[in-house]
Design a binder for this molecule. Structure first.
Ligand SMILES: [Zn+2]
Length: 274
C-alpha cells in the first residue's frame, strides 16, 4: 500500500479512500481494505485522483467504453495509469465469445459470451447450451465468481441457466432471455452440491449464513450504473433479514420469494435507467 502510494506520488490515505467510496468495502477497517486490495481490486489513477474501476467507469462511462475489455485499451491513451499487481479477473478468463449465426426472436447477437472456463464455479443441472451472457452481465458475473472464489475457494458457485445462444425464449423460464439472469445453487456447509436434496428446507447441508453472505456479496458487486434488480430465493429467514436493507432503483426489495425458488437462487441484473 505504502509502495503504491509512493510510486503514484499520492498520500496513502488517497489509496485507501478510493475503495472506501465503494459498496464492497463499506464498513471495513483500513487493514481489511489493504487485504482486500491485495486480492485484486483494480485501482486507476486519473488526474491525480485514485479511483476504483467502478468509480472510474461511472465517472467516465461515455468515454471509457461499454465493457471492461474496452476499458483496458482506451485508458492508456487517455492518461490513466494502472497500479501494478492489483488486477482482477478479465471477463475472458471465464467467458468465450461465440459468434451467433441465427439470432433468435427477441434476442441479440451480443448475447454471445459463453461461460465455459475459469476457477470458482461448476455447472449443475441439465446442460443444454444455456450459459450465454450479454457483455455487461458477463463482466459482472466474472467479477462475482472470481471475488467469491478468492474469499471461499472451497465453496464454488454452482451455476445452471443464464441464456440460450443469442438469448430469446428459453422455456420453461419466462425470463433468462436477455443474457442478464443466472441461476445459482444455494450454498452448503461442505461446498458440495448434494443433488439428492434439491430444496434448501430439507437439505441437511444447507448453509443459510453463507447463502445470505453470497446474496449480499452479489448485490454489492454491481458496478456504478448497474444493479442486481431481483433475486428470488425462498428462505423466509434470509428474505426477512434483508427486507428494506437492499432495494433496487424501483424501490423494491431485491431479494424476494417466488414460486419455484426453493432449490436455487435466481439473480437478474440490469443497467439502471435514468
Ligand atoms: Zn432463473
Amino acid at each position: 500500500m505504502e509502495g503504491i502510494a509512493r510510486a503514484l506520488g499520492v498520500p496513502v490515505k488517497d489509496v485507501i479512500e478510493a475503495p472506501k467510496r465503494t459498496g464492497n468495502y463499506n464498513g471495513m477497517s483500513d487493514s481489511e481494505i489493504k487485504k482486500g486490495l491485495k486480492v485484486g481490486e483494480k485501482l486507476v489513477l486519473k488526474n491525480g485522483k485514485v479511483m476504483t474501476e467502478e468509480e472510474a467507469k461511472g465517472v467516465d462511462w461515455a468515454r471509457v467504453g461499454k465493457s471492461i475489455g474496452n476499458f483496458f485499451l482506451l485508458p492508456l491513451k487517455k492518461g490513466y495509469e494502472f497500479l501494478s499487481g492489483l488486477f482482477g479477473p478479465k471477463t475472458s478468463d471465464y467467458f468465450t465469445k461465440v459468434p451467433i449465426t441465427n439470432v433468435p426472436e427477441g434476442g441479440s447477437a451480443d448475447i454471445n459470451n459463453r461461460l465455459d472456463k475459469g476457477k470458482g464455479w461448476a455447472p449443475y443441472g441439465e446442460q443444454n447450451d444455456d450459459k450465454y451472457a450479454a457483455p455487461h452481465f458477463a463482466d459482472y458475473l466474472a467479477r462475482v465468481i472470481w471475488g467469491w472464489y478468492r474469499k471461499y475457494p472451497n465453496y464454488p458457485m454452482y451455476i445452471n441457466d443464464i441464456s440460450r445462444p443469442g438469448g430469446g425464449e428459453f422455456p420453461p423460464h419466462v425470463t433468462h432471455r436477455t443474457g442478464e439472469s443466472v441461476d445459482i445453487k444455494f450454498f452448503t456447509k461442505d461446498g458440495k452440491l448434494h443433488p439428492e436434496y434439491p430444496n434448501y428446507y430439507n437439505n441437511p447441508y444447507y448453509d443459510r449464513k453463507l447463502t445470505e453472505e453470497f446474496i449480499i456479496f452479489a448485490i454489492k458487486n454491481a458496478p456504478q450504473g448497474y444493479e442486481v434488480s431481483e433475486i428470488f430465493f425462498n428462505d423466509i429467514i434470509i428474505v426477512n433479514d434483508l427486507e428494506g436493507k437492499y432495494t433496487n432503483s424501483s424501490g423494491e426489495n431485491i431479494l424476494r420469494r417466488s414460486s419455484g425458488h426453493d432449490n436455487h437462487i435466481h439473480l437478474k441484473y440490469r443497467k439502471i435507467s435514468n
